[in-house]
Design a protein around this ligand. Structure first.
Ligand code: SF4
Length: 609
């Protein structure tokens, strides 16, 4: 099988930073039809190549950047790429995804994946120029912000080069650190800290190759159908008009907009921070990632002090806004700017600030412990002071930047309202008001994650009552499998508002020529890939006891008004049903028969021996 004629480069670039060695290997040809690429490839490599018990911040951790067969093609949103590693925040398998322009450039340079292991003795950058790959010293980039580092790299290499960089929190191995391609990020789970642990400040890439698909005629037909489906979707139109924030007011009405550290599900100032308000007062132009016909990104007009950002996204508005009782758009923009400029995950940063505000409200933490900062609900100055401390990794920012779960270990009285799962701060849908989302947060292999299940499907489709647990395990199982297929093909999830799995399947089948007779084969592939991630976590000792939620949603009826008021989450029946559907035992471990059915016998043998 010639993978180079099937959407792949058939090369994995490998770098051992300890030894300073660089080499390539082919893709695992026999398993590619089983895992496709992207998430599937990352999960496969991490499970098969990384030893059990690896320290997330040690040199043996693998930092795996990956493309899919559609990356760099003409498919909608084909700039998508991802990273897979063991997270220092969760201790689990972890994957994160990004648009921008870096992924397609790595593909054009001739690589389906980049696997970084080892650790350098001093800051370095990896320079990839097609077949020429070198390590360069990066001492003079130490301590630079995302913008400063990116600008300097463009000056050195040229504006057509694409970069991935980390900021000071990444260099200092903080759990809230992400990896940035200009205004776009692999944000969550401390992937920036893993890069920092390797002393890898930047990866720059320039490629001049092309991507060849298997059946050009079938691919072009599939492409037409895909673009038509995207163009005809009213949800896509809203994404273009008001960005991801277009849903904020609806989520608020449904009582699922987390407010004051998830104490409530409605925010009195929701209208002020809605997509409509940002569009009318702050946004001045659209942004689209490589190959994207949607353009959900928005650039703001400069504030009085000159602050400009791309965003804020819905998740960032919740985290830095309602979650902290902040209803002022300019404050949210400034908080978001700190996150982007210094390389931090907005969801985790907002989670930390909201958590600290509640601890302060309840007298669990004092201003003395926070360098004199008094974090009252909704107070812009204290929120900005806290985010600056985290950005510069100074004073209380050193430990705040480790995230909610780590902070909570020092303050046991705050544990019941430490809003994280497996160490990952919760995203923007209150689980008490959306029970399928609650299951998704509890089960997701990377901790509290809104991208595995179907928060929007559950909240908007009308097919399911958000407050009921009935049918949610099956709904989550199906959407998780679909999502894993999208992430393995490596497209942004948003075309999925218009395209169905069938259109994705037509594109993938035409591009790869793999034997996928039915669209459901892709869903099965997604389940297989999700199972690989689960197997990694099981190997690391993560079982049912980790598939849980904070006491706030399990035991404390939601305060305030709205559909979710008075609700808690009855998790165990959903877990039991989900495990049964997935073919896992009562402890959440996939059973051998199910692994055989999924074509994972080789993994079973590998794990046994
Ligand atoms: S829909 Fe938004 S996030 Fe997705 S590729 Fe387009 S601009 Fe990027």
């Amino acid at each position: 099988m010639n993978l180079k004629q099937r959407g792949y480069c058939d090369r994995i670039l490998r770098v051992d930073l300890t030894a300073g060695e660089i080499w390539t290997t082919p893709l695992p040809e026999n398993v590619m039809p089983l895992i496709l690429g992207g998430k599937g490839l990352g999960a496969w490599l991490l499970l098969m190549e990384q030893a059990a018990g690896t320290d997330p911040l040690g040199p043996d951790n693998h930092l795996i950047f990956h493309n899919g067969p559609l990356t760099g093609t003409t498919a909608p949103t084909a700039g998508r790429f991802g990273v897979t590693t063991r997270s220092p925040a969760t201790g689990t398998y972890f994957d994160a995804y990004c648009g921008g322009d870096w992924g397609q450039m790595l593909k054009y340079a001739g690589y389906d994946a980049l696997v970084v292991t080892g650790a350098a003795n001093s800051p370095v950058m990896l320079v990839i120029d097609d077949d020429v790959v070198e390590l360069h010293p990066a001492d003079d980039l130490r301590g630079t912000s995302i913008t400063a580092a990116t600008e300097r790299l463009k000056n050195i290499f040229g504006s057509e080069w694409q970069s991935l960089v980390i900021g000071p929190p990444g260099e200092q191995q903080r759990n809230i650190a992400g990896i940035f391609n200009e205004s776009r990020a692999l944000a969550r789970g401390g992937v920036g800290a893993v890069m920092g642990s390797k002393q890898l400040k930047a990866i720059v890439v320039h490629g001049t190759g092309t991507v060849q698909v298997y059946d050009r005629e079938a691919y072009d037909r599939a492409l037409q159908l895909a673009f038509r489906a995207v163009r005809m979707s009213s949800k896509v139109t809203m994404l273009n008009k008001e960005g991801t924030a277009n849903i904020l007011e609806i989520i608020d009405v449904m009582g699922a907009l987390p407010t004051r550290n998830f104490q409530r599900g409605r925010f009195a100032e929701a209208e002020e921070i809605s997509g409509t308000a940002f569009r009318e007062h702050n946004w001045k132009k659209d942004y689209a990632c490589f190959g994207c016909p949607i353009g959900c990104g928005k650039w703001t007009a400069p504030l009085d002090d000159g602050t400009v950002i791309e965003g804020p996204e819905y998740e960032s508005i919740f985290a830095l806004g309602s979650n902290c009782a902040i209803g002022n758009r300019e404050t949210i923009i400034k908080l978001n700017w700190y996150c982007d400029e210094y390389g931090m995950d907005t969801i985790s940063v907002g989670g930390v600030i909201g958590f600290v505000m509640e601890m302060f409200q309840r007298g669990i933490i004092t201003a003395d412990e926070l360098d004199g900062i008094e974090p009252h609900w909704g107070d812009a100055n204290s929120a900005l002071a806290l985010v600056e401390k985290m950005a510069l990794v100074e004073g209380c920012g050193v430990w705040l930047a480790q995230g909610v779960a780590t902070i909570a270990t020092q303050y046991p009285a705050a544990q019941p309202f430490a809003m994280h799962v497996k160490g990952l701060e919760m995203p923007a849908y209150h689980p008490s008001a959306a029970k399928g989302t609650a299951l998704a947060y509890a089960i997701s292999e990377r901790g509290a994650c809104h991208l595995r299940g179907a928060p929007l499907g559950e909240l908007f489709s009308g097919a399911a009552d958000p407050l009921s647990i009935v049918g949610k395990p099956q709904l989550f199982r199906d959407t998780q499998a679909d999502t894993a297929a999208w992430d393995s093909a490596s497209l942004c999830l948003f075309p999925g508002y218009g395209m169905s799995l069938k259109e994705l399947w037509q594109l993938v089948a035409a591009a790869t020529g793999f034997e996928y007779p039915k669209a459901s084969d892709l869903q099965r592939l997604g389940e297989r890939v999700s199972t690989l991630a689960r197997l990694y976590n099981v190997r690391e000792g993560h079982v049912r006891s980790q598939d849980t939620l904070p006491d706030r949603v399990l035991k404390q009826p939601m305060e305030g008004e709205g559909p979710g008021a008075g609700e808690t989450v009855d998790l165990d029946p959903m877990l039991n049903e989900y495990y049964r559907i997935m073919g896992w035992d009562v402890n959440g471990v996939p059973i051998p028969e199910r692994l055989q059915e999924l074509g994972l016998a080789a993994v079973l043998d590998f794990m046994a021996g």
